[in-house]
Design a protein around this ligand. Structure first.
Ligand code: FAD
Length: 390
């Protein structure tokens, strides 16, 4: 059986889930497919998700426009009001939301909460959701993309969107070839109960081994850690007992929040950089991690993805007399709008990850002096913060 849509989105991660209702609200018929379930997960208010996101004020505004931000439980959202960044040789840098004229530098949200709010929003917006589906084949004609599922269903769309993550099947089927580059680091994430209150302050340490340790505030006296560690160290951290990990993390952060106690199991995510030659092809657009991969040191991966979703939905909403959602002129417009912000964020995050890699003493002195110099230049600091905020 063949069903026709304006847009079929493959991948219901946070980015695909935000794009679907945004497109549906512009009057397009939209199907959203994932290999996983689209059912709401059972969750206990007592527990915290290990996966958390720092959502920028710009992304929060987009999610509000889509209708998902207001569906979140306010008590589970924490504002990052300030941030302290330390280099590996005495350099330091402070950001304050107040100084930048913002309520928060970013908002910390648990993945399961955001996912559940987006699922409800997509359903309300009339998106056709197809969970537990296996993508079998994708073919193209001048007028449409045709997606075959393993159970025999066939979906035809003017535009196929690949939102299926870093190892995108759709990207490959569309002939966009890319080799992700491993950073040789794994991000270890876990949540902790802290002895001292965090007062909405985030911490980040660039370490001498090239790794980056970040502590992000959670509700109450809790925090979430993202430790982008060299692979070997990451394996050691993941093998630690809860007590052992708590001690190591507290020491690595110089007991900035006193003693720590681990409240979620640690998980590891291998880190890769991905730059594509293009994010569009015939009747195909890529969004989110399918379109780019960045180091999580600036907490910008999903924010870039929400930026893609916002741009693509705006371009299609402003399509005027063009009633073909996959028209090449619209896709080129989308690709042009995203090229510069994606390249800029990749240059900053990849540049910082590499700057703190080599152990050379003169580079160490230079990078720490650089960090402290930026701290003394409010206009430069503001200019650096703006892309991350928006
Ligand atoms: C440790 C860590 C911390 C991070 N912290 C932050 C942060 O604080 N802020 C931030 O902005 N970003 C952060 N990021 C980045 C962020 O996690 C990613 O950028 C984001 O999750 C990408 O979302 P996505 O929807 O594009 O892809 P994904 O989340 O990978 O979703 C892809 C979806 O596609 C589905 N799928 C895949 N293949 C198929 C297939 N063949 N058929 C059907 N469905 C398929 C999957 O089931 C999944 O639902 C962090 C990353 C890491 C590793």
């Amino acid at each position: 059986m063949k069903t026709a849509y304006d847009v079929v989105i493959a991948g219901a991660g946070l980015v695909g889930l935000s794009l679907a209702p945004a497109l549906s609200r512009t009057g397009l018929s939209v199907a959203l497919i994932d290999r996983g379930s689209m059912a709401d997960e059972e969750r206990s208010a007592e527990t915290f998700d290990t996966r958390i996101y720092a959502i920028s004020p710009g992304s929060a505004a987009f999610l509000r426009a889509v209708g998902a931000w207001q569906a979140l439980n306010r008590e589970r959202i924490t504002a990052i009001e300030s941030m302290h960044v330390e280099g590996d040789g005495g350099g330091s840098l402070d950001f304050s939301a107040y100084d930048l004229g913002e309520r928060a530098l970013a908002w910390i949200v648990e993945e399961r909460d955001l996912r559940s709010a987006l699922l409800r929003t997509a359903r309300r917006a009339g998106v056709h959701m197809i969970g537990e589906a296996t993508l079998d084949a994708l073919t193209w004609s001048a007028a449409a993309g045709t997606l075959r599922l393993a159970d025999g269903r066939v979906l035809e769309a003017r535009l196929v969107v690949g939102a299926d993550g870093a190892h995108s099947w759709v990207r490959q089927a569309g002939g966009i070839v890319a080799e992700p580059k491993a950073y040789g680091q794994t991000a270890v994430v876990a949540n902790f109960e802290c002895e001292r209150a965090h007062h909405g302050r985030a911490h980040q340490w660039f370490r001498a081994d090239g790794g980056v340790l970040a502590w992000l505030p959670l509700p109450g006296r809790r925090m979430s850690m993202v430790w982008s560690a060299p692979d070997a160290l990451a394996q050691t951290l993941l093998a630690e007992s809860e007590e052992g990990l708590s001690t190591r993390v507290a020491e690595a952060g110089r007991h900035a929040l006193g003693m720590l106690s681990c409240i979620t199991p640690a998980s590891g995510f291998p880190l890769r950089f991905l730059r594509l030659p293009t994010s569009v092809a015939l009747r195909l657009a890529l969004v989110g991690d399918a379109a780019h991969g960045v180091h999580p040191l600036a907490g910008q991966g999903v924010n870039l993805g929400f930026g893609d979703a916002q741009s693509l939905s705006t371009v299609l909403a402003e399509r005027g007399p063009i009633n073909d959602a996959g028209a090449p002129i619209l896709l080129e417009r989308y690709a042009r709008r995203r090229a510069e912000p994606v390249l800029a964020m990749q240059a900053v995050t990849d540049g910082l990850a590499r700057l703190f890699g080599p152990p050379s003493p003169w580079l160490k002195a230079l990078r720490n002096a650089g960090i402290s110099a930026v701290d003394r230049l409010p206009l430069l600091k503001r200019a650096l913060a703006q892309p991350a905020l928006r």
